[in-house]
Design a protein around this ligand. Structure first.
Ligand SMILES: Nc1ncnc2c1ncn2[C@@H]1O[C@H](COP(=O)(O)OP(=O)(O)OP(=O)(O)O)[C@@H](O)[C@H]1O
Length: 222
């Protein structure tokens, strides 16, 4: 589903983002991406999203080489990928419902059709009874779950998460990780960047480890 073949990324000024990285995340797989600050985790996720382009090597997502996408195809390509961030980037003057509906509104889905999908997504993250509330009245863990519902409302085949539990305490982090596992169990391919090594170890999934742009470890779970 996501394949990197000898991918190098150099930023202007010669900064190394990634150095000769190769791996294959199969359809329906779940994996973590770890490494110290600056190791290249965000760079790797941005290359999958085509927010950055490889300097050399190939990035394939769903069998498509992302470098072949033209400007107009990129927004459609990105609808296949649900994104979850540490700071969840919610709109604080809109209700939970409107926040989750946003990707559907942008895609031109009617409000009636959107309503069913939004409620299904909120149900999956356990927030069905909060749809009319403003994000500011929710806890940090609940806000992160709104972000997760928004990421999956389009039913994307892939979810990418960048430090999704960075601001959460250990119990809430475990709850959010459980939700990623639930999505994975219904067939979604999931890649989660996290520097929380203890949490990653407890989850017992494949771990890709970056160090100064190099993929130094790719550990499958027995
Ligand atoms: N736009 C950019 N221009 C120049 N260098 C960059 C740019 N973005 C990232 N880098 C460099 O690429 C390297 C990898 O950065 P990246 O953000 O991918 O690391 P990371 O593992 O996600 O770090 P963190 O955990 O701190 O977010 C770093 O040396 C960084 O300084």
């Amino acid at each position: 589903m996501i394949r990197f073949d000898n991918v190098c990324k150099r930023y202007p000024g010669g900064h190394v983002g990634l150095e000769n990285v190769s791996f294959h995340l199969r359809r329906g797989e779940i994996a973590f991406l770890t490494g110290h600050s600056g190791a290249g985790k965000s760079t790797l996720l941005k290359l999958i999203m085509r927010m950055e382009q490889a300097t050399s090597g190939q990035v394939l997502v769903g069998g498509h080489n992302v470098k072949d996408l033209n400007h107009g195809q990129v927004p459609y390509f990105r609808r296949n990928i649900g994104l979850v961030f540490q700071d969840h980037q919610l709109l604080f003057d809109r209700s939970v419902f409107d926040n989750v509906a946003l990707p559907l509104t942008i895609a031109g889905v009617s409000r009636e059709e959107a309503a069913g999908r939004v409620r299904a997504a909120l149900d999956m993250v356990g927030l069905l009874n909060k749809e009319k509330m403003l994000p500011s009245s929710l806890s940090g863990g609940q806000q992160q779950r709104v972000g997760l519902a928004r990421a999956v409302v389009n039913r994307p085949p892939v979810i990418l998460a960048d430090e999704p539990t960075g601001n959460l305490d250990p119990n809430l982090s475990a709850e959010v990780m459980k939700l990623f596992e639930n999505f994975n169990q219904i067939g979604v391919t999931v890649l989660i960047a996290s520097h929380d090594l203890a949490l990653v170890a407890r989850m017992r999934h494949r771990v890709l480890t970056l160090d100064q742009g190099l993929l130094v470890n790719d550990q499958e779970v027995a």
